[in-house]
Design a binder for this molecule. Structure first.
Ligand code: BG6
Length: 507
């Protein structure tokens, strides 16, 4: 299902033993198991997929499978009650769950890896994928042990792969160190670094739309584009992740990964093919071309915000500093707005404005491409007092689609204009199967397609571009408060106003 194939001709994934490290964590029950179930429903994984949970708690195979089933059944039922998705199919689940087993083991204990080896031998398939759905502190520990116990050794007829969740490092030096550590015991071809944004259909569609419509390429450059805005606004707060978020903040959590993936999709050069090497090469290049700000420039080109308590739709909403496991005087940012420049021929002089925040007014992930306005001169003797620029809006979620703002004449005897929208909504053209976004990524890993996974150089280039903000902020830890339910602090508007621009309205 990666960019190089279509689902109609997608083959069933090869027989594999899939080890889920961190089997009792949220990711496994909320996203990975439902995705595996959906892949099984769609015939994209077969009866020869063996799923093995690995974690320190002691449970039997049957209890582990039952715990997953109860959770997935309940979630599916509550979605059905809200009018969406399908209930869990007992026959389908029964067939999948027969091949779910569990290994009780400490990630730091060599005997766990001996048990894993024995499990691979017992399933009769030598292909194995090790999915690290664990806390990041285990990434290097687990991979070193997978390497030293010989579990990463492949031969002509079998593969061994590792999937690593984000956060991949917490700054440039730690990301480089983690890459070095992985590459000591396995090759780049065996490493699948996940950014779940790449599992979203709308994100994959950016490439397809750009490169399959000749029209776009002709104006996709600094001659016609004035600036680009990339937004990921959330209404949720930090929920139960206070302690994680305290040391992470919005910049690390969203920018070098999700927002830079969106930026790369919009700004990369056309790849020679939709294969992993070509696509990832172009993405790494464009992220590597982001201008490295000095610390002074980083301060001038960034805004940090933090949500404070407020009332949203008549309900009291907790401020970040009052959240569980958050310091009452915390300066961790829950909102960030940045201006970045890409120093290459295509984008020279075109600012990319990025913003992301929690507890904003609406959930809205979108890319707005603003074109240079038409000259005003010809309207001078009319009632029109300005010509609004055209915007192309790529709506990632929710209400997935693409909209183009154009100017049109309002009917009537005088020359008056109005902005109208040409639109494409996914739901009007395609039937979207219920999915978690992880289906494509898991399937691609099982079938060996790395196109939608991050290569080491892409990750390092991303951290290199945000490092000046991290360094500058560490010396000047200040956030501006915004009320929960508002769209970030006033300074974010000033960041654009300074350049004579305004943010697109959210929603
Ligand atoms: C995760 C971040 O990677 O992405 C979360 O850690 C954030 O803080 C989430 O909420 C957003 O993902 P999505 O798919 O809801 O846009």
């Amino acid at each position: 299902m990666g960019l190089s194939r279509s689902k109609q001709n997608a083959p069933v994934a090869p027989a594999t033993t899939l080890f889920l490290f961190g089997a009792h964590g949220d990711l496994v029950k909320r996203l990975l198991m439902p995705a595996l179930y959906n892949l099984f429903r769609d015939g994209l994984v077969g009866e020869d997929l063996h799923i093995v949970g690995v974690d320190h708690n002691t449970v039997s195979d049957a209890d582990f499978a039952k715990k997953l089933e109860d959770f997935i059944r309940q979630e599916a039922a509550s979605k059905v009650a809200q009018g969406g998705e399908e209930p869990l199919d007992p026959a389908l689940w029964g067939s999948l769950s027969k091949r779910i087993t569990y290994i009780t083991g400490d990630f730091l204990d060599d005997s766990t890896y001996a048990d894993i080896d024995a499990k691979i031998k017992s399933t009769g398939t030598r292909n194995a994928v090790f999915y690290l759905a664990t806390a990041p502190r285990f990434f290097s520990e687990v991979t070193q042990r997978l390497g030293s116990s010989g579990l990463m050794v492949e031969d002509d007829e079998s593969f061994r792969r590792v999937v690593i969740e984000k956060p991949f490092g917490h700054d440039l030096p730690s990301a480089v160190a983690l890459n070095n550590c992985l590459l000591k015991v396995m090759s780049e071809k065996q490493i699948y670094r996940i950014d779940h944004y790449l599992g979203k259909e709308t994100v994959q569609n950016i490439l397809v739309s750009r490169f399959s419509n000749g029209l776009f390429e002709s104006f996709w450059n600094n001659h016609y584009i004035d600036h680009v805005q990339i937004t990921a606004a959330e209404t949720v707060g930090v929920e139960t992740r206070g302690s994680f978020y305290e040391t992470t903040g919005a910049l690390r959590d969203m920018v070098p990964n999700h927002l830079f993936q969106l930026l790369a999709m919009v700004a990369m050069e056309p790849p020679a093919a939709f294969g992993a090497d070509a696509v990832r090469g172009e993405k790494a290049k464009v992220v590597g071309a982001i201008r490295p700000w000095s610390e002074m420039e980083a301060l001038a080109n960034s805004v940090r915000g933090q949500y404070s308590e407020s009332s949203v739709d008549g309900k009291a909403v907790t401020g970040y500093r009052q959240e569980d496991r958050v310091d009452a005087e915390s300066n961790t940012e829950t909102y960030v707005a940045l201006k970045v420049m890409i120093d290459n021929w295509r984008w020279m002089g075109v600012p990319f404005y990025l913003r992301t925040g929690k507890r904003m007014s609406v959930r809205d992930t979108e890319i707005a491409i603003c074109f240079k306005p038409a000259p005003y001169a010809q309207f001078r003797d009319t009632d029109v007092d300005s010509v609004a620029p055209n915007f192309l809006k790529i709506q990632i979620q929710p209400d997935e689609g693409m909209w183009f703002d154009l100017q049109a004449k309002k009917p009537g005897p005088t020359l008056d204009m109005q902005t109208i929208e040409l639109g494409f909504a996914y739901k009007d053209f395609f039937e979207m199967q219920p999915s978690t976004g992880y289906e494509t990524l898991i399937y691609d890993c099982l079938t060996g397609d790395q196109t939608l996974f991050q290569r080491a150089d892409n990750i390092e280039n991303g951290w290199r571009a945000v490092q000046p903000f991290i360094d500058a902020w560490a010396k000047d830890p200040q956030v501006e408060l915004y009320h929960a339910g508002e769209d970030g602090p006033a300074a974010a508007d000033e960041l654009l106003a300074r350049d004579g621009r305004t943010w697109q309205r959210l929603g």
